[in-house]
Design a protein around this ligand. Structure first.
Ligand SMILES: Cc1ncc(COP(=O)(O)O)c(C=O)c1O
Length: 473
């Protein structure tokens, strides 16, 4: 076969693969509203279907895709389903999915301005739109990372750089051995990824000073003030606040807490993985009053914005401290005085995550984002309202945003309802322990969830609860 024959063969194979994937995609998307949410196969079954020793000979690309669909699809949990309410998992907007396909198609390495003007340009615009939409300082640096965890890490790396630099220490050059101490204060109910970030940054999760919180998990400003007052003055200090408690959805009292923290020269970081998006809704924005005066903010696009995995966003008001923490220069790169996208993230080579965020924001527009966010909160409110009318069911949190925690009477009954729901398939919700009680967490994060989905899910929960009660006698 001559070279032209080989090229044509590959082009034909590529077309066959993409057409098969398109057909699979349309089937999957079309089936989501009626498909059971749970997987039909477990890990071992999927591994067995895909497994065996790696063969010497390869396979035709289309046959590979057929094999992958046959082996893996039964193990797919329908996370983009309108009745998926587990953890905090967003759905997928049509324009964002299309942009995600193009991201793979174009296969851009988004690290440098020169390596992909397309990726860098989209990230610049998406970043500017985000700052505007979320009401954050326009000159902030924006980094596109894998998720909320890496956004927290990235922001806290900038914080570490800045607070140590203020006391005369260059942590990027000299590291932490022998450095002045860094004092970190966190709310008792911060997300666990704050702890992991502190571990990775060498700040020590165990050294963080825990600040008392109220019934909803909000930091108590007087306790924060007392803790800051208690320590030495002029010590490098970072305060971590939260927009959206993973159980209650509650927001820290930013106005007071940030004023107090800044009085002591602290850097204030806000973990707003899903909750920062309340700022995009005129109705819900009051939850975030004062948050714009923080120094850094972490959020996700793959949660409330309904962009496909993975997509997190690190935002730092003082761009210089982020660039100092993350910037890198190498002789073989092509760089100029402008900061490259890689100066805002802990990665070198990277997927071009700005396309999907740009597409989501462009397709919804400012009003559409507000409507979507309001809709998520309204459906959460509907869950709370309907479930609170079921005999023996208690809504454990004040539902202010998209999170609802439910108790079905006793811990044992709640655990059993949660266990059965996961195999029932009508909806997916995940259990947890909050304030010493077993709860079922409902996180409404998918734009496609309708009132009817909420009603069907409540009906399933009521049915399962009756079964559990009947069996218990
Ligand atoms: C408040 C909060 N912070 C951080 C994270 C971590 O985000 P990710 O899973 O995108 O890394 C989560 C995840 O649910 C969260 O709710």
């Amino acid at each position: 076969m001559d070279q032209r024959g080989v090229d044509q063969q590959e082009a034909d194979q590529q077309r066959a693969v993409l057409e098969r994937v398109l057909a699979e995609s349309l089937d999957f998307l079309g089936g989501l509203p009626s498909r059971p949410v749970n997987a039909r196969a477990d890990v071992d079954e999927v591994a067995a279907a895909l497994g065996g020793p790696l063969r010497r000979e390869g396979a035709d690309p289309l046959a590979v895709i057929e094999e992958l669909v046959a082996g893996a699809e039964p193990g797919v949990v329908a996370m983009p389903s309108p009745r998926f309410f587990g953890w905090v998992i967003g759905g997928v907007l049509p324009a964002a999915l299309g942009a995600d396909w193009l991201t793979s198609l174009w296969d851009q390495n988004a690290g440098l301005l020169v390596s992909s003007p397309a990726a860098a340009g989209a990230e610049r615009v998406a970043g500017d739109w985000l700052l505007d939409l979320l009401g954050l300082p326009a000159e902030s640096a924006v980094g596109f990372v894998t998720g909320g965890m890496m956004a927290n890490f990235t922001c806290l790396a900038a914080a570490r750089d800045a607070v140590l630099r203020r006391v005369g220490w260059d942590v990027e050059a000299d590291g932490l051995p022998g450095s002045p101490p860094v004092r970190v204060l966190v709310g008792r109910e911060r997300h666990d990824t704050i702890d992991l970030s502190l571990r990775l940054l060498g700040l020590g999760a165990g050294r963080a000073i825990e600040i008392e919180v109220d019934q909803q998990g909000r930091i108590v400003p007087e306790a924060l003030a007392a803790a800051l007052e208690d320590g030495p003055t002029d010590v490098a200090t970072i305060v971590c606040l939260q927009a959206g408690n993973v159980h209650s959805g509650a927001y820290d009292p930013f106005d007071d807490a940030i004023a107090i923290a800044h009085r002591y020269g602290a850097w204030v970081h806000v973990d707003g993985a899903f909750g920062l998006w309340a700022a995009a809704s005129p109705t819900l924005r009051p939850l975030l009053v004062g948050a714009e005066r923080a120094d850094s903010w972490a959020t996700d696009a793959h949660k409330t914005l309904n962009v496909p995995y993975d997509n997190g966003i690190a935002i730092v008001a003082d761009a210089a401290s982020l660039h100092a923490a993350m910037g890198i220069h190498a002789a073989y790169l092509i760089q100029d005085a402008r900061p490259d996208p890689m100066a805002a993230v802990p990665e070198f080579s990277r997927r071009a995550r700005g396309f999907t965020v740009w597409a989501a924001l462009r397709s919804l527009g400012r009003d559409g984002v507000a409507t979507m966010v309001d809709g998520l909160a309204a459906r959460a409110g509907r869950f709370a309202d309907l479930l609170s009318r079921v005999d023996g069911v208690e809504i454990v949190n004040d539902v202010v945003f998209t999170q609802v925690c439910v108790s079905f009477g006793t811990d044992a009954v709640t655990r059993e309802v949660a266990r059965r729901l996961l195999t029932d398939g009508t909806a997916w919700m995940t259990p947890s322990t909050w304030h010493g009680r077993t709860v079922l967490r409902i996180s409404v994060s998918n734009h496609s969830t309708t009132d009817a989905d909420v009603d069907a899910s409540v009906a399933a929960l009521s049915r399962i609860l009756n079964e559990v009660r009947a069996e218990a006698g």
